[in-house]
Design a protein around this ligand. Structure first.
Ligand SMILES: Cc1ncc(COP(=O)(O)O)c(C=O)c1O
Length: 365
């Protein structure tokens, strides 16, 4: 048997005719960049997140860049976040002359440990960036309390958390701005690059709208220097079509994760859904000893597993030569050595899950 880490085709075939109609409409209306399909998706996604504003963008990465700019991050500022994330979380800071300050994770959830944040705050700190990694939200109750105490802004990286909640409230709606990625493999994925920001702050929404479109105030008038970070009409129409299925797909992910939890042996560290959280299992991440050996065995036996992520950000070249070389993140580094993402997508079958578990059991012997 061969099981891919993610199979986007299985999902596409279920909605093929709806997608074809949606694409055809955009082309017929020649609404290619921004336009009515992007506006419609923005309204629908804001409603889904129960937030006032959604601004459609070309990617989650530009969402982060524009969110940092909107929050006033400038040269010399510090941003507190984790090194256990995708590079895009901190990448824009290099362009702004700001510095990421990495704190360690909670080893149970792999998410930012709120208890590590206060010690990392300095007079230069401007923003805290919790990353809701793997589909589970960070402890926003405690993070927001710290942010309020020190008057810091909060940007939530929700790239992997479409539909995740904390205390019943959706990702991206606790802090000042939330950013989402709609990269194809995400829980809500476009058929190309796309992203957005969500916020309850009208000024941030207005500024990001302007920044995504060259800083324009009218067709040939520019208030500020901006970027070309707009959402395409085609991606928006595809996302509107797929958004209707997001809850069903998230439920299927949760069911597959519960099945893994049941079948995998005791000695394997499995994902933990924290009390008051709803995990949407963008990834199903386990920890095993001899991870690289287990990964090779799975590969040889048709199971495509992954590592998210093998090298923490503080050890990557843009940071390793700087002040970050002093950073000690033992839990982050330990996780990077042992984690393994098993295949999980809404359409995965029980037979596939059983096959994967059998291979894992043999591999860890
Ligand atoms: C945690 C995290 N942040 C940011 C991004 C960047 O999003 P995008 O690929 O849409 O630019 C991603 C996804 O790739 C991600 O997983």
């Amino acid at each position: 048997m061969k099981v891919p880490l993610v199979d986007l085709k299985r999902q596409y075939v279920q909605i093929q005719s709806e997608i074809a109609t949606a694409i055809q409409q955009v082309i017929t209306d020649t609404a290619f960049v921004l336009g009515k399909y992007t506006e419609q998706f923005e309204v629908e996604f804001a409603r889904y997140c129960q937030v006032q504003h959604c601004v459609g963008l070309n990617s989650g990465s530009d969402g982060l860049l524009l969110a940092y700019i909107a929050c006033g991050v400038k040269a010399g500022d510090e941003v507190i976040t984790v090194a256990h994330t995708f590079f895009a979380t901190t990448e824009p800071l290099a362009h702004l002359g700001a510095t990421p300050v990495f704190v360690d994770i909670d080893p149970t959830t792999y998410l930012i440990d709120p208890e590590k944040i206060e010690a990392a705050i300095t007079p230069k700190t401007k923003v805290i960036v919790p990353v809701h990694l793997y589909g589970q939200m960070a402890d926003m109750t405690n993070i927001m309390a710290i942010a309020r105490k020190y008057n810091l802004k909060v940007i939530e990286d929700c790239a992997q958390a479409h539909g995740a909640t904390h205390q019943g409230q959706k990702a991206g709606t606790f802090g000042d701005i939330g950013i989402y990625s709609f990269y194809p493999g995400k829980n809500l994925g476009a058929y190309g690059d796309a992203g957005c920001i969500v916020t309850n702050n009208s000024e941030y929404a207005q500024l990001v709208r302007k920044l995504r479109d060259h800083g324009r105030s009218s067709k040939y008038e520019y208030d500020i220097a901006g970027y070309s970070s707009r959402m395409d009409g085609l991606q928006a129409a595809i996302l509107s079509t797929k958004l209707k299925y997001l809850e069903k797909w998230n439920k299927a992910r949760r069911k597959a994760a519960a099945h893994y939890n049941e079948l995998l042996p005791e000695e394997i560290k499995k994902p933990v859904e924290t009390k008051n959280n709803r995990h949407v299992y963008h990834l199903y991440v386990i920890e095993v000893a001899n991870r690289n050996r287990v990964l090779s065995y799975l590969t040889e036996n048709g199971v495509e597993a992954g590592i998210h992520y093998p090298i923490p950000l503080h050890l990557q070249p843009p940071y390793s030569a700087s002040v970050m070389s002093h950073t000690s993140l033992p839990r982050t580094e330990a996780a990077a050595k042992n984690i393994l993402s098993l295949p999980l997508f809404p359409e995965i079958t029980d037979e596939e899950l059983q096959y994967i578990v059998r291979q894992v059991k043999t591999a860890i012997k």
